[in-house]
Design a protein around this ligand. Structure first.
Ligand code: PEP
Ligand code: MG
Length: 835
């Protein structure tokens, strides 16, 4: 009998080759009859299979159909089994869909998932599948449907691939998600199959979940092997990545250990008040009323849709989530730093996990709805990871659920978990079972002053993010935490990991005094940040911040920002699943003006295209998006995007608070003239005031023609990220070339000098808002080149200001002249020693 349980025992009489059924019903009848003859099912099963066709589509795609009975007819199944019909000429399964391999399944429970899993893998191997449609050897079909390396794993000794090396993992925290994601990235750059073996367990290096499932800890020996045309290159690059990360991982662990040894500034409450203990996750003391997040309603309704449609829906939701995570990683990198952004990059990698997608498809094939299947697949995989009992894997299960929730939100906005949208107005201490990393990253610091969770751990991404955000936090406090009533006044001690509910007046005043003392200390530190960036000889440079949302402005100001030099408005579009209308945009710009309280604000019009794709805009695919309809080119073609944005901006400007508009990716005078014309029309329509209209200089054409463009633009801001990319012809996203994409390359510096000179000829000012502005040496050099404003990630501000205050403008000008004559970027950087 062709039992799925006894893999490898699919008998030849359950495979019929070269059949020509009259139609689909005939094919199903023949397959059912084979299953009856094999004793797998009762005669009524054929009817049940036909009924299933009426409510679900069993066509898997690529010429494969998998008819099976209704779930409620499982009693008709006596033993698990499959029967296969090969139909070389195909039989129409649905209009336009022809089945050439009909795999009829009889399963008492979900055991046929093993077959489905093999089939879904086969669907990705078109050559092998094509062979099965015409083979005259039933053995080929039997092997394809019964060989499953995972099922056979215990019996067959695992072996390495053709080329290999051994390595002892020396990452102090084991193989956690961020380094693992880098391994995956590296392996994916090669066609070769790459594998890691640890003892008897193997994992595909291109599969993040499989790697994490190995649960590798420091000191474990692994064998890294590869097979394929570029196996040697893949292995040597993998080795380089692993070793490079060793240095980083060890340095991180040493830093963490040093921090742990530092005397902890702590708060000692008077008396011995009652406290709930957890694990300290982020230092700081917070006083506030508790806001207990109700456990999210986990029930995801099961609304079946035809399988082919379901596949498309899932595909689109996954693509949209990938873009959303990329935007979140980008935004987090700019706001909190690259290491924190790595959390969301690793999460994005989880979406490529083939096991996860396959499991979802299998559940859909069984007739379940997309959202339900996805949710089940996430829960099963997260459950498996969590059950391995390794703290790191438990944390990764939380990431998996976080990603899962995002995809659910794409499938049905009602399922994305909206709990964080109704926080009280008064700042609160947030209490939750657990909080997803992306929820934590999105917390508004003016409304949440502390965070305590029942689950989680101090190394989980939520805790890392809370520390970076300066949000006092405690984790793993147990379910008792959730029993508190919302509204209860409490003190949260993030140094000691304690929550003090209903504190006494003495405890409250002691905590307030402690917080005041800490604030004073911080204020003293910030004082220097808030001093202007004036060189020793009195030359002042404006220092601004790159921030996208109003709630990030306060932090930027606390770091010493004197305004916002770049508000990337595409993030208003990227973070949501739809296009914000004029009113929503007006609210965002007004909120930013309010947060800046009279300080300068430069809002960049939408820069969509290139690396910033917005799924819901359905823009045509381009072969070279960086050279395509990007930035201003798109705006000029899409008045439906440009007009509402300009209307909102001119309406915001009516408040009288500072606001300038800047256009991205300008390459020519006609573009500026056209955009100015549109601005003028819209200004008249909304009766708005005149607003300075500037341009980004980020392509060499704009820098080379700066003297001409300056006649038409009120100011320039140089986007060195793109200017470097386009000048050096290096894709800014290509990790292989990242080290060479140095904005201090003399060619880029010469273009900056041309821009400054061109602007000066018409009395225009020039700023820089690319990443090099936040590099203290870069900032000094740019100042020497004559740039008047530097706009950067808020965290970079204190160091840049400090560096500039330490210099003489005359020396910087001489430095710039020398840099312009250097041969290489390395020579330019070497000049730092003389500064
Ligand atoms: C740049 O290109 O330097 C820039 C600031 O814009 P973005 O990074 O958003 O492309
Ligand atoms: Mg740019």
């Amino acid at each position: 009998m062709g039992s799925v349980d006894t893999v490898g025992a699919l008998p030849r009489d359950l495979v019929r080759l070269a059949v020509s059924p009259r139609d689909k019903a005939d094919a199903i009848a023949q397959a059912a009859q084979m299953l009856v003859a094999a004793g797998c099912v009762e005669a009524g099963y054929a009817q049940s299979m036909i009924r299933r066709e009426g409510v679900a589509n069993t066509f898997l795609g690529h010429g494969v159909a998998i008819p099976h009975g209704m779930a409620e007819d499982r009693a008709l199944v006596r033993a698990n089994g499959i029967a296969v019909l090969q139909v070389p000429d195909g039989v129409e399964w649905n209009p336009g869909q022809s089945a050439r391999l009909v795999v009829a399944i009889a399963a008492q429970s979900d055991t046929h998932i093993a077959i489905l899993r093999r089939l879904t893998r086969l669907l990705q191997d078109e050559d092998r599948l094509g062979g099965l449609f015409v083979t005259s050897d039933p053995g080929d079909v039997i092997t394809a449907l019964t060989t499953d390396p995972e099922v056979n794993a215990p019996a067959v000794p695992v072996s390495d691939l053709a080329k290999r090396f051994e390595w002892v993992l020396d990452y102090p925290n084991g193989l956690h998600a961020r380094p693992a994601a880098r391994w995956v990235d590296t392996a994916k750059g090669y066609a070769a199959r790459c594998q890691i073996r640890h003892g008897d367990e193997v994992a595909d290096v291109k599969n993040l979940v499989a790697l994490l499932r190995l649960g590798l800890t420091q000191g474990e020996r692994i064998s890294v092997s590869a097979e394929g045309p570029d196996a040697d290159q893949a292995l040597s690059r993998l080795k380089a990545t692993m070793l490079e990360l060793s240095v980083q991982e060890r340095a991180d662990a040493a830093l963490a250990a040093r921090r742990a040894k530092q005397p902890v500034i702590g708060w000692h409450p008077p008396g011995a008040p009652m406290a709930l203990a957890g694990i300290a996750a982020a230092p700081g003391l917070a006083i506030g009323r508790l806001h207990v997040l109700a456990a999210a309603d986990r029930s995801v309704p099961d609304h079946p849709v035809p399988l082919s449609e379901g596949g498309n829906i899932l595909h689109e939701a996954l693509s949209a989530t990938r873009l959303q995570l990329k935007a979140l990683a980008d935004d987090t990198a700019r706001r909190l730093g690259p290491s924190e952004a790595g959390i969301f990059k690793a999460q994005g990698e989880l979406l490529n996990d083939t096991d996860l997608i396959t499991l979802t498809c299998q559940l859909m094939v069984e007739g379940h709805g997309v959202a339900w299947s996805w949710d089940q697949a996430i829960e099963r995989m997260a459950g498996k990871l969590a059950a391995l009992g390794n703290a790191l894997l438990v944390a990764r299960a939380a990431d998996l659920r976080d990603v899962g929730r995002r995809v659910l939100g794409q499938l049905d906005p009602g399922l994305g978990g909206a709990s964080l949208h109704d926080l009280p107005d008064e700042p609160c201490i947030l209490i939750a079972g657990d909080l997803a990393p992306s929820e934590t990253a999105g917390l508004d610091p003016s409304r949440v002053v502390g965070l305590a969770t029942a689950q989680g751990g101090p190394t989980a991404h939520t805790a890392i993010l809370a520390r970076t955000m300066g949000l006092p936090a405690m984790v793993a406090a147990g379910p008792g935490l959730l029993a508190f009533e919302s509204g209860t006044l409490a003190i949260l001690d993030g140094y000691g990991g304690r929550l003090y509910p209903d504190p006494s007046p003495e405890a409250l005043s002691s905590a307030r005094a402690f917080i005041a003392e800490q604030d004073l200390r911080r204020a003293r530190e910030e004082e220097r940040r808030s001093l202007p960036a004036s060189t020793r000889d009195g030359h002042r440079v404006e220092i601004a911040a790159n921030v996208n949302f109003a709630d990030q402005a306060a932090f930027a100001l606390s770091q010493g920002a004197e305004g916002v030099g770049l508000m990337r408005t595409e993030f208003l579009f990227l973070e949501r699943g739809d296009t914000p209308d004029e009113e929503a945009q007006l609210a965002a710009y007004t909120a930013m003006q309010d947060a800046l309280n009279g300080r300068p604000l430069i809002v960049r019009a939408l820069d969509i295209g290139g690396d910033k794709q917005v799924a819901h805009l359905d823009l045509p695919r381009e072969d070279n998006p960086f050279l395509g309809v990007r930035g201003a080119r798109l705006l000029l073609r899409r008045p439906d995007l440009l007009d509402p944005q300009l209307r909102a901006l001119y309406r915001a400007a009516k408040s009288g608070k500072p606001l300038s508009i800047m256009f991205p990716m300008i390459t020519s005078v006609p573009e500026i003239i056209a955009l100015r014309g549109i601005c003028e029309r819209i200004r008249a329509e909304v009766e708005g005031p005149e607003v300075a209209l500037g341009i980004m200089v980020e392509v060499p054409a704009a820098a080379l023609a700066a003297d001409v463009l300056a006649r038409h633009a009120d100011f320039f801001s140089i986007g060195t990220n793109d200017l470097t990319q386009y000048t050096l012809a290096i894709d800014r996203q290509n990790p292989e070339l990242a080290a060479e994409a140095d904005s201090l390359h003399p060619a880029v510096l010469r273009l900056i000098r041309m821009t400054v000179d061109g602007a000066a000829a018409h009395g225009r000012w020039v700023g820089i808002c690319g990443g090099i502005a936040g590099d203290p040496f870069g900032a000094a050099l740019l100042t020497g080149l004559g740039v008047q404003e530097l706009s950067m990630t808020p965290r970079d501000i204190p160091a840049v200001k400090e560096r500039l205050r330490d210099c003489d403008a005359t020396a910087l000008r001489a430095l710039a002249e020398r840099a312009l004559t250097c041969e290489t970027a390395a020579d330019v950087r070497a000049l730092e020693a003389d500064l």
